[in-house]
Design a protein around this ligand. Structure first.
Ligand SMILES: CC(C)(COP(=O)(O)OP(=O)(O)OC[C@H]1O[C@@H](n2cnc3c(N)ncnc32)[C@H](O)[C@@H]1OP(=O)(O)O)[C@@H](O)C(=O)NCCC(=O)NCCS
Length: 197
C-alpha cells in the first residue's frame, strides 16, 4: 500500500470548516449535482458538455468508488455542503498525480447559485490543508483555461503562483486552448497558514 493509500484509509469524515462540511458523495446527491453540472456556464471550461441527470448519476457513482485502487488511489472527490442547511453546493477533487514526488492536483466546481461568498475558497483551503497535512503532498497544482477568470482568481486567492501560460497548445471545444498552471509548495502553504493564524 502506498503512503497515499494508507492516508486515504485513515481519513475520517466529515471535514469541517467554519461554514462547510466536506464528505464523500452518496446516491442522494445526484439532483444537487445535476443542478449545476447541467448548466452551460459550469461546463464551459471543463472537458464535458452540460450533463443530463443520467450522466450525472453515472459520474456521482464513479466519485463514490475508489479511483485507482484503495492501495494506490488516483483521486478523492469531496461533496461540499453547507453546515447550516446541509445543501450540497459543489465538489472538490484532489488528484494524486505522482506518489513518489508527492504531487497533487486540485479541481473544483460549484453551483453558481452559491457563488461570490467565498465558499469555494473555504473548501479549497480545507482540501489544501488536507493535501499538505494529512496526505503529505509536496506540491499542489491547478490548471484552468486562461479565460476562466473565476477559476484562476480562486487559485490566486489561495496564494498559488501562476507557473505557466501555455499558448495555443491544444484544441479545446473547437478553439485554441490557452491554459494557466498555478501551484503551491508545502512549505509555502505552511508559511501562508502560519501568517494567517
Ligand atoms: C471556479 C469557481 C468555483 C469559483 O467560484 P467563486 O464563487 O468565484 O469563488 P468563491 O466561492 O471563493 O467566492 C469568491 C468571491 O466571494 C467573495 N467573498 C465573500 N466572502 C468571502 C470570504 N469569506 N472568503 C473569500 N472570498 C469571499 C470574494 O471577494 C469573491 O468575490 P468576487 O468574485 O466578486 O471577486 C466557480 O466559478 C465555478 O464553479 N465555476 C464553474 C466550474 C469551473 O469552471 N471550474 C474550474 C475548472 S478549471
Amino acid at each position: 500500500m502506498t503512503d497515499t493509500g494508507r492516508a486515504l484509509a485513515e481519513l475520517t469524515f466529515p471535514i469541517e470548516t467554519s461554514r462547510l462540511r466536506l464528505r464523500p458523495f452518496t446516491p442522494a446527491d445526484v439532483d444537487a449535482v445535476h443542478a449545476y453540472q447541467s448548466l452551460e456556464e459550469v461546463a464551459r471550461y471543463q472537458y464535458w458538455e452540460p450533463r443530463s441527470r443520467e450522466e450525472v448519476a453515472a459520474e456521482v457513482a464513479k466519485w463514490m468508488e475508489p479511483d485507482g485502487t484503495p492501495e494506490a488511489p488516483l483521486s478523492m472527490v469531496f461533496a461540499v455542503t453547507l453546515k447550516d442547511s446541509g445543501a450540497l453546493i459543489g465538489d472538490m477533487v484532489l488528484l494524486f498525480r505522482d506518489w513518489e514526488a508527492r504531487q497533487g492536483e486540485l479541481g473544483f466546481s460549484f453551483n453558481p447559485a452559491f457563488a461570490g461568498r467565498g465558499y469555494a475558497t473555504e473548501a479549497a483551503t480545507a482540501v489544501m490543508d488536507l493535501g499538505f497535512g494529512h496526505f503529505g503532498l509536496h506540491r499542489i497544482f491547478g490548471r484552468c483555461d486562461a479565460r476562466n477568470d473565476r477559476s484562476w482568481a480562486l487559485m490566486q486567492r489561495l496564494g498559488m503562483r501562476r507557473e505557466a501560460h501555455f499558448r495555443e497548445h491544444a484544441r479545446f471545444k473547437g478553439v485554441w486552448d490557452e491554459e494557466f498552471y498555478y501551484a503551491m509548495l508545502a512549505r509555502e502553504w505552511a508559511d501562508l497558514r502560519r501568517g494567517e493564524a
